[in-house]
Design a protein around this ligand. Structure first.
Ligand SMILES: O=P(O)(O)OC[C@H]1O[C@H](OP(=O)(O)OP(=O)(O)O)[C@H](O)[C@@H]1O
Ligand SMILES: O=c1cc[nH]c(=O)[nH]1
Ligand SMILES: [Mg+2]
Length: 213
């Protein structure tokens, strides 16, 4: 697991604004901060990918650069992952993109996750980045990963989160057998009796897009 928010950087300011109940009134800022954290995390992940030398003709001469050789597939878990995913897509602009519709059926200590929509490309030989900003119980992420792996065998798997609860991290350890790397900006204290992350930030989907029926 890589927790990125361990040193001072502008990411702390974005995260602070995301958590701040007053700043949260500005939905555009909330989505923008998720997107910025997606951009910065994508940059950090890029440092762990594979590179190959590419010959480039500039207007003046031929030179070489090391460019990423991975075929990246971004898969985002609706809804809350959409703004966070947009940051990844800004960085990995040639990626293929998939979506999974997962939602927590009732918000209790023992939530169940419903999977209703799945659209993703073939994953054989690809680098999969599965994106969901909130890792609470971990059930959405595990159910989505199991679903998406029906599309093939990626070469590597990155799970991208903004805030993770210790309970969710444990759940991933117990329920994901394939090799993967979990990335997060913060590990919070715990879950409450409705399986919300504390201190967390509230409901990321509602804060991004409004409440649902
Ligand atoms: O780790 P878990 O306990 O599964 O919780 C995390 C999930 O909860 C939220 O989804 P939600 O069901 O609220 O849907 P939304 O994104 O549409 O709001 C969030 O977007 C994650 O997908
Ligand atoms: O704290 C939480 C837990 C799940 N989903 C959210 O959006 N927030
Ligand atoms: Mg929600």
């Amino acid at each position: 697991m890589r927790v990125l928010n361990t040193s001072n950087s502008i990411a702390n300011t974005y995260l602070a604004e995301l958590r701040n109940v007053e700043v949260q009134n500005d939905r555009l800022r909330f989505r923008t901060n998720l997107q910025r954290l997606g951009t910065l995390m994508a940059y950090e992940i890029s440092k762990t990918l594979h590179f190959e030398e590419q010959k480039i003709q500039t207007p003046l001469a031929i030179t070489t650069e090391q460019t990423i050789s991975d075929s990246i597939v971004l898969v985002s878990i609706l809804r809350a992952a959409v703004p966070f995913m947009n940051g990844f897509l800004d960085v990995f602009d040639h990626s293929e993109v998939g979506f999974i519709g997962a939602w927590r059926k009732e918000e209790t200590e023992n939530i169940e996750v419903a999977l209703e929509y799945s659209a993703a490309p073939n994953l054989n030989g690809k680098t999969l980045i599965l994106i969901d900003p909130m890792l609470a119980t971990g059930k959405s992420l595990v159910a989505s990963l199991n679903q998406i792996l029906k599309n093939g065998k990626p070469t590597s798997i990155h799970l991208a989160s903004v805030i993770a609860a210790p309970e969710g991290i444990e759940y991933l350890k117990r329920n994901i057998e394939v090799d993967h790397e979990l990335w997060t900006w913060a590990v919070d204290e715990k879950l409450n009796d409705k399986s919300y992350i504390v201190p967390g930030l509230g409901d990321a989907g509602d804060l991004s897009f409004g409440s649902k029926l």
